[in-house]
Design a protein around this ligand. Structure first.
Ligand code: AMP
Length: 414
């Protein structure tokens, strides 16, 4: 079935055609009809499956048709998201798909000045995409009236629980009309999430996308056994051999992110980092450049990259395996999004083999191992472009100094 055949407003079909969205993805195929009918939905779907448009398309249709009939004004839909970045991203999808509609949307998040947000709110908003904290604050201050809300969306609910937003969510729900449509999206489902979900949805339609294989079929993912101290050489080589490719390199901690960036700098490879040690503005600036292709290599931690849609990422490199098995799926889901194909490669050192087993158990399948052989492995270590007689020990010293400097800076900031 094509979008052309759906019973959705012509304005929305027009923007879908512009975006080159021809056919619905699996989650869209399953979620759009019940949402259009006004049913509650409980969907288990990872980012990269097209889940945002799965709720944005029917919500825009419902509200747009309603607006044509001049129903009373007010905020009609609230979308709660765990992070600034995700709120901005979801709002972007509403604006893109709703470009020709009459629906006005706004992203609300903390860490920035309230005044411009309040000004936009007073101009009249139909859809509010917000992080729970700022939404709660502005409601308490009387800038947000939630009485007219008809649809509530919780996106990345599992991540919201991880971040400790449960109290904010529960508090906010009390201010929403009881009679409403609730759409609950989560990448994973455990007892805690189920409990939250069932306290919010009623007779929900349950949708699960590829439950047995959480990794999108569009992603080719494999693994290299690389010792910890050798990882930088392998990264250097991979970047060198994929010069025109956009990549995200995942590392375990923010300190490691800066270290890997410094190591790449030594061999004249320019990278940028994103992690929780950077403030909102810095993170937004990095994301903007990476999205625009001005920066091609982004080094990221799990926290900073969760849920973020970065189009055109050709390659994901797990420089370190994640601490939590399911994050493997989130990480490699940064590539192969929507209908496009992607590639992911993980480095696994001897110390990380236990984690590899956990990841494979979580996915219920093994990751294909690329067998290098001793010769190729050694060739990679010799491949380094560092030819100015500095030993890696010297470099290590410098890296340690850079790290100490960073720590000092952070202390000062506090
Ligand atoms: P999401 O899972 O919502 O983060 O979406 C992942 C990516 O899929 C985004 O870059 C969307 O633009 C893209 N996408 C969503 N739906 C479709 C579709 N029906 N056809 C092609 N691309 C899509």
């Amino acid at each position: 079935m094509k979008f052309e055949d759906y019973h959705i407003s012509a304005e929305i079909k027009k923007s879908l055609a512009k975006l080159d969205f021809k056919k619905p993805t699996d989650i869209q195929y399953k979620a759009i009809p019940p949402i259009l009918k006004g049913e509650d939905v409980l969907a288990i779907a990872q980012t990269g499956t097209g889940k945002t448009a799965a709720f944005v398309i029917p919500i825009l249709h419902l509200l747009n048709e309603q607006k044509k009939n001049r129903k009373r004004p007010g905020i009609k839909c609230v979308v709660m998201a765990p992070t600034h970045e995700l709120a901005i991203q979801i709002n972007g999808v509403f604006q893109e798909i709703g470009k020709f509609s009459r629906i006005k949307t706004l992203a609300l998040f903390g860490g920035t000045d309230q005044a411009p947000q309040i000004e936009k709110l007073s101009a009249g908003i139909d859809v509010l995409v917000a992080t729970p904290g700022r939404l709660f604050d502005l409601r308490s201050q009387g800038h947000i009236d939630l009485h007219a809300v008809e649809i509530l969306v919780l996106d990345e609910a599992d991540h919201m629980l991880d971040l400790g937003f449960i109290k904010d969510i529960e508090d906010l729900i009390r201010y929403l009309p009881r009679k409403r449509q609730t759409l609950f999206f989560s990448a994973t489902l455990n007892e805690k999430i189920k409990k939250l979900a069932y306290s919010l949805v009623h007779n929900a339609i349950r949708i699960q996308v590829s439950p047995k294989d959480p990794v999108s079929k569009n992603i080719l993912h494999s693994l290299l056994f690389v010792e910890m101290d050798d990882k930088r050489f392998f990264l250097e080589r991979i970047i060198g051999e994929n010069a025109d490719k956009k990549m995200i390199v995942f590392v375990r901690t923010k300190v490691r992110a800066e270290r890997v960036m410094a190591a790449m700098q030594r061999v004249n490879i320019k990278t940028v980092t994103i992690h929780s040690g950077k403030d909102h503005q810095e993170r937004a600036a990095v994301m903007k450049k990476f999205r625009a292709g001005e920066e091609m290599i982004l080094i990221a931690t799990d926290v900073s990259a969760r849920g973020i849609d970065l189009p055109d990422v050709d390659l994901v490199i797990n420089y370190d395996l994640p601490d939590v098995a399911e994050n493997y799926v989130h990480r490699i889901g940064r590539t192969g999004r929507g209908m496009s194909k992607g590639q992911a490669l993980s480095f696994c050192s001897t110390e990380e083999k236990g984690m590899l087993t956990e990841i494979e158990n979580y996915m219920g399948k093994t990751i294909e191992v690329i067998e290098l052989g001793r010769e190729l492995y050694q060739e990679t270590l010799d491949f380094t472009k560092n030819e100015n007689n500095t030993t890696w020990r010297d470099i290590q010293k410098e890296l340690d100094m850079a790290e100490a400097e960073l720590k000092k800076k952070r202390k000062k900031k506090k």
